[in-house]
Design a protein around this ligand. Structure first.
Ligand code: S0N
Length: 279
């Protein structure tokens, strides 16, 4: 982390947001509650992810966490929804309204046309576990990462990507074990099940994630975007098709045919397409 010249992109209360050489780093910053998220946290995440998506200098995003906890030195990625902010109808924001906008964060990660790499320095629990599942790749601290699903302990369960997509990743039997038993899994166990890409010594974790991001940045941006959307498509139904097809339309806009179609309308004439029905 220290060797990377991160520049603060925007100040927030519950997260940090930095950028360096085409990489954005968004990190939970509530280590004393194991980086649990409240509505304010998710609003800030949405704002930062949206900025990363719109910033054309950014090609990859690291979702990470600050820490360790000042109370006991324990590292965490995220322990999910803040149970102290939970009311009768959901998680209560400072404005008194109940929100579940962590699912909006999940969708932004899932549909943003850039690679999102999850960096897990410690506990990844509940909704924090679900966030790691929805990211494109995950790197985990060899010494401190622990993966755990407590959703069924606290009746705050993710029936979407966090569970059903996890089952596609690790298999139905293992996903049911993770959710039904709520056990702890080490970084190596998570790697062996196929939900972690690499187990990295803790001190090297952030640098390794940055290096992975730099490798992605060396690739063709259109290819990364289309491949991500293609891999999402089969699991995302009509929305997956919409996202993928939108990019196909954008590519079609760049053809001579599209220019002719637009110009013919504006000039109030029939379009004169150069009829080449290519194979
Ligand atoms: C993370 C755990 C396992 C760590 O255990 P450890 O190391 O023994 O620490 P503790 O002493 O338990 O905790 C230290 C301090 O941190 C506070 N704290 C920890 N987690 C939370 C939390 N989630 N909310 C609020 N506070 C938390 C502790 O209270 C303690 O504070 P002090 O020192 O003051 O006592 C362990 O802490 C643990 O099990 N935590 C709870 C994990 C959990 O159950 N999370 C919620 C699970 N559900 C969700 O996240 C769903 C969220 C959601 O929004 C959703 C809803 C619908 C659909 C989808 C989703 C979705 O998942 O996205």
């Amino acid at each position: 982390m220290n060797s990377i010249a991160w520049q603060t992109a925007k100040e927030y209360d519950d997260i940090t947001y930095k950028k360096c050489n085409g990489v954005a780093r968004i990190a939970f910053n509530r280590p004393d509650v194991r980086n649990a998220f409240r509505p304010k946290t998710t609003s800030e995440l949405l704002d930062a992810f949206h900025d990363s998506q719109e910033d054309t200098s950014i090609g990859a995003v690291l979702l990470s966490a600050e820490g360790p906890s000042s109370k006991d030195g324990v590292y965490s990625f995220c322990s999910g929804g803040d149970q102290k902010a939970r009311g009768q109808q959901g998680y209560v924001g400072e404005d008194g309204y109940h929100r579940l906008n962590i699912l909006e964060v999940q969708r932004l990660i899932r549909f943003m046309p850039k690679a999102v790499i999850c960096v897990v320095p410690g506990w990844a629990v509940g909704g924090g576990h679900s966030l790691h599942v929805v990211c494109d790749m995950t790197l985990a601290s060899k010494e401190h990462a622990i993966f755990k699903q407590t959703d069924a302990d606290v009746t705050s369960f993710d029936g979407g990507y966090g569970s059903a997509y996890l089952a596609k990743m690790v298999g139905q039997k293992k996903a049911r074990e993770i959710f039904f038993l709520g056990r702890n899994y080490s970084a190596q166990e998570a790697f062996d099940m196929g939900m972690v890409n690499a187990v990295v010594p803790h001190e090297e974790l952030e640098n390794a994630a940055y290096e992975w991001a730099q490798e992605v940045l060396a690739k063709s941006p259109t290819s990364i975007k289309m491949l991500k959307f293609a891999m999402n498509l089969t699991d995302d139904g009509m929305v997956g098709q919409q996202v993928f097809a939108g990019e196909a339309t954008r590519l079609a806009y760049m053809t001579e045919e599209a220019k002719e179609g637009r110009d013919a309308f504006l000039e109030k004439r029939a379009p004169n397409f150069d009829k080449k029905w290519l194979p």
